[in-house]
Ligand binder design. Structure first.
Ligand code: IPE
Ligand code: IPE
Ligand code: MG
Length: 238
């Protein structure tokens, strides 16, 4: 049987370059990027993928020009609101991974939309979609460490007894399987603060295709490569 990933994580990179190459503003690339994500969902379901995680906005992306950050926030609000009904119907369960705390820069209206989307799709089981938004891997690890520190401070836990399972349970992805495959588009070969804990044993696949052009055929190429990989998890295989 062909080896299939249960969970794929995507770094959706290259929206800006896609737009610039066409003489458009960068925001056009982000809009096309949303369409690419949406169009990929049925292909993922068809290929038996159960979890898909998409990197949509990093903690570091706040440092981009104000116009782009504002545009991205407005686009995200619009998409999460507009597409929600369709996603509910299509059996997609949505979860948002990132910092949505009181202190975060995420607006109150966005937080409401996110909560609603998670609530409305909570019973869906066809495909579990994580959207990493205001997400940073280092921040996620720090957040988990803090959570465990509070338990130690309260006397609920002894530092020496902390296990990887407990740490895992304090991450945004608690209860989910780790990604088997990480796909990054646009030719860049780095993690950019994406899921450092969860990708520990993932297979990495890099393609020069810019995210707005990533489609079901491109996915199949990645799946073919994945099927040929030998995952050893530190063991010896005969
Ligand atoms: C990825 O595309 C989307 C976000 C980071 C929001 P980019 O906007 O990084 O596109 P390039 O890398 O500049 O082409
Ligand atoms: C990573 O892409 C973040 C997202 C895709 C949301 P970036 O374009 O921000 O990463 P760098 O700056 O090239 O490392
Ligand atoms: Mg980029």
């Amino acid at each position: 049987m062909l080896k299939q990933p249960q969970h794929i994580a995507f770094i959706m990179d290259g929206n800006g370059r896609w737009a610039t190459a066409r003489g458009h503003k960068r925001m056009e690339g982000h809009k096309a990027g949303v369409d690419a994500l949406y169009n990929l969902l049925p292909a993922l379901v068809k290929r038996g993928v159960k979890y898909a995680t998409f990197y949509a906005f990093s903690s570091e992306n706040w440092g981009r020009p104000e116009e782009e950050v504002k545009g991205l926030m407005a686009l995200a609000e619009l998409v999460f609101k507009k597409e929600l009904k369709k996603l509910v119907k299509e059996g997609v369960r949505l979860k948002f991974l990132g910092d949505f705390s009181e202190k975060s820069k995420i607006s109150r209206s966005m937080k409401k939309i996110i909560q609603q989307a998670e609530f409305d799709t909570a019973e869906n089981t066809k495909l579990h979609v994580n959207i990493c938004f205001n997400y940073g891997g280092q921040q996620e690890l720090l957040n988990a460490a803090r959570e465990l520190c509070v338990k130690v401070e309260n006397g609920e836990l002894v530092a020496d007894d902390i296990t990887t399972d407990m740490f895992e349970a304090a991450l945004y992805t608690a209860g989910q399987p780790h990604p088997d495959l990480m796909i990054r588009t646009s030719g860049e070969q780095r993690l950019s603060n994406f899921l450092p804990w969860q990708l520990s044993y993932a297979e990495f696949y890099f393609t020069d295709i810019l995210w707005p052009d990533f489609d079901a055929n491109a996915l199949d190429d990645a799946l073919d490569k994945f099927a040929g990989r030998d995952r050893r998890f530190g063991l010896v295989k005969f």
